[in-house]
Design a protein around this ligand. Structure first.
Ligand code: AMP
Ligand code: MN
Ligand code: MN
Ligand code: MN
Length: 280
């Protein structure tokens, strides 16, 4: 690597709700000039082996990652596990449990859609036809494909978000439990997109404090399409609480031109990069 490496530590493949295979994702990242890439699918590590193979062929440094769904005060919180050991049996068991939660939740959501007169069974079949673990993004895409809504965000607004007919409060494991899984698998527990949760300032402070108390040591400071004021806020939170700082696009789809792989702002000075402890 000449000069500073290009780093993207938050991306999705079609093992969750991204559209590229892990192999395609790594190829695209290399073509975009990325030197260090983490694949962080929602609640699954199924893509890591293929991604690692392609990364080795292309001389790209692949970081084994995952983005795990956790619950905190009825809010879903995403915790990135970076540099995890994918062979860790306890992590594998935990993720099998997450997959089961996702499968059952999707069935319940689709039953709710049927109850309001929509073709719930057909929508469920469309979600299950995807190669990845079921997510609400897949369902939103199925609602678009059926012509029931015209865009994904409309699916969330009309049906899927809290307070709407097909919202099912997911029973994700507690934040501290999820942080524990990541640490036991040797990973760095990193709070994903801390500015994106709809929380009051006081609640957000408590979230960060509980995350740290549970063993979380890093937060995402630069995340794709993040506004400048969010970067400033995250920088302050990281400095105050002594978190190291991560950078990731949260890339899902090449069609989303506003959120490409690796085109990320630099970390503000004064922060400790999360990759420092891994010699990058
Ligand atoms: P799930 O983890 O199954 O609840 O699905 C969450 C995924 O849905 C997120 O990772 C986003 O990719 C997507 N998502 C969540 N909220 C919205 C929204 N309002 N509009 C579009 N996509 C969303
Ligand atoms: Mn997603
Ligand atoms: Mn997320
Ligand atoms: Mn993500």
């Amino acid at each position: 690597m000449n000069g500073e490496p290009s780093i993207d530590l938050h991306t999705h493949s079609n093992c969750s709700d991204g559209s590229l295979t892990p192999t395609e994702l790594v190829s695209r990242a290399a073509a975009a000039g990325i030197d260090v890439l983490a694949l962080t699918d929602h609640d699954t590590i199924a893509g890591l082996a293929d991604a690692a193979l392609r990364a080795q062929e292309l001389g790209l440094h692949l970081v084994a990652g995952v983005e795990i769904s956790a619950g905190w005060r009825s809010q879903a919180i995403h915790v990135l596990g970076l540099w995890i050991d994918p062979a860790n049996p306890a992590l594998q068991r935990a993720l099998a449990g997450q997959a089961e939660l996702r499968t059952v939740r999707m069935q319940r959501i689709c039953a709710r859609l049927s109850a309001v007169g929509l073709p719930g069974e057909r929508l469920l079949a469309a979600v299950e036809a995807n190669p990845g673990l079921p997510t609400r993004s897949h369902l939103a895409a199925a609602l678009v494909a059926e012509g029931i809504v015209s865009r994904s965000d409309e699916a969330f607004r009309k049906y899927l978000r809290r307070g709407r007919a097909a919202h099912i409060a997911a029973e994700w494991p507690a934040l501290a439990t999820v942080v524990g899984w990541i640490r036991e698998a040797g990973g760095i527990a990193t709070l994903a997109h801390p500015a994106r949760y709809p929380l009051s300032a006081a609640a957000r402070r408590q979230l960060l404090a509980e995350f740290a108390a549970a063993g979380g040591t890093a937060i995402e400071v630069i995340t794709g399409a993040n506004a400048a004021h969010s970067i400033e806020a995250c920088t302050q939170w990281a400095i105050k609480a002594g978190f190291s700082a991560s950078v990731g696009s949260d890339f899902h789809h090449p069609q989303h031109a506003w959120n490409p792989l690796g085109r990320l702002a630099k970390l503000p000075s004064g922060l400790t990069p999360v990759w420092r402890s891994h010699g990058i």
